[in-house]
Design a protein around this ligand. Structure first.
Ligand code: CAA
Length: 240
């Protein structure tokens, strides 16, 4: 029977490409989204992928949403914690609200997404936890003290989960995308974006599908011994 995969923030940007790639691999896919009903309906219409609405920053909502997915599609064996937001501002202008919004969604959201599925993965002795971090969690970024903190935190989460899950057949890995052609990156002022592209040796932004292919590999049975690792996919912009 096909395994079930959950992709948070799975209807737009990198998440949409991941949902589609996992469906193409034959998994039952659930894509969660926070607010954009129109985009989600369009996504389901175009792809046939089931969408579910909840706020990853809220533990109870996440748990209830995950229970609904499992009741409808089956136990979640693959979880892709992808949902994320930016609230960029130079540190001297960053408000506590901007700090907390990003921490709640990008970091606590990973806890809220993985924690409810973890006991089932332990029982079934199989699991794939894939967290979408960022190049900016590895190198830091001007105007992203909040975002970089969450993305660096993701790496701590997967390294710890990897050690806890290894004997139960569960792997936990992170992918650090560089600058990918999504709405999030297109929201960066054009002049700044052009300067960033100038720093990418590949000379271009990445494509969402290039990240989705990394996820498909990490989700597969073949990746069992890759655990606690970080895959950088950034066009040679930064090396760890
Ligand atoms: N490095 C150095 N200096 C920078 C800079 C950078 N990357 N970006 C901006 N600055 C400078 C500006 O040139 C400006 O300098 P001057 O005052 O000398 O002109 C100063 O910093 C900031 O100016 P402002 O006070 O006017 O800044 P602002 O309050 O209007 O904020 C900003 C502007 C939010 C920082 C905007 O420039 C911006 O969005 N920058 C991009 C930040 C970024 O890269 N975010 C990544 C988003 S994509 C993503 O997050 C996905 C992923 O995982 C990779």
């Amino acid at each position: 029977m096909a395994r079930t995969a959950l992709v948070t923030g799975g209807t737009r940007g990198i998440g949409a490409a991941i949902s589609k790639a996992l469906k193409a691999e034959g998994y039952n896919v659930a894509a969660s989204y926070a607010g954009n009903d129109e985009a989600a309906a369009k996504f389901t219409e175009e792809t046939g992928i089931a969408t579910y609405k909840w706020n990853v920053a809220d533990y109870d909502e996440s748990k209830a949403g995950i229970e609904k997915v499992e009741a409808e599609l089956g136990p979640i064996d693959i979880v892709v914690a992808n949902a994320g937001i930016t609230r960029d501002a130079p540190f001297h202008k960053m408000t506590p609200e901007q700090w907390h919004q990003v921490i709640d969604t990008n970091l606590t959201g990973v806890f809220n997404t993985v924690h409810p599925v973890w006991p089932g993965m332990r029982e079934r002795k199989f699991g794939r936890v894939i967290v979408i971090s960022s190049i900016n969690g590895q190198k830091g970024q001007f105007a992203q003290v909040n975002y970089a903190a969450t993305k660096a935190g993701d790496l701590g989460i997967v390294k710890s989960l990897a050690q806890e899950g290894a004997r139960a057949g569960i792997t936990a890995n992170a992918i650090c995308p560089g600058y990918i052609a999504t709405e999030m990156v297109m929201a960066v002022p054009e002049k700044v974006r052009e300067a960033i592209i100038g720093q990418i040796p590949a000379g271009r932004l990445g494509e969402p599908e290039e990240i989705a292919r990394c996820v498909a590999f990490l989700a597969s049975e073949d990746s069992q011994f890759i655990n606690g690792s970080t895959i950088s996919a950034n066009g040679a912009q930064f090396f760890v």
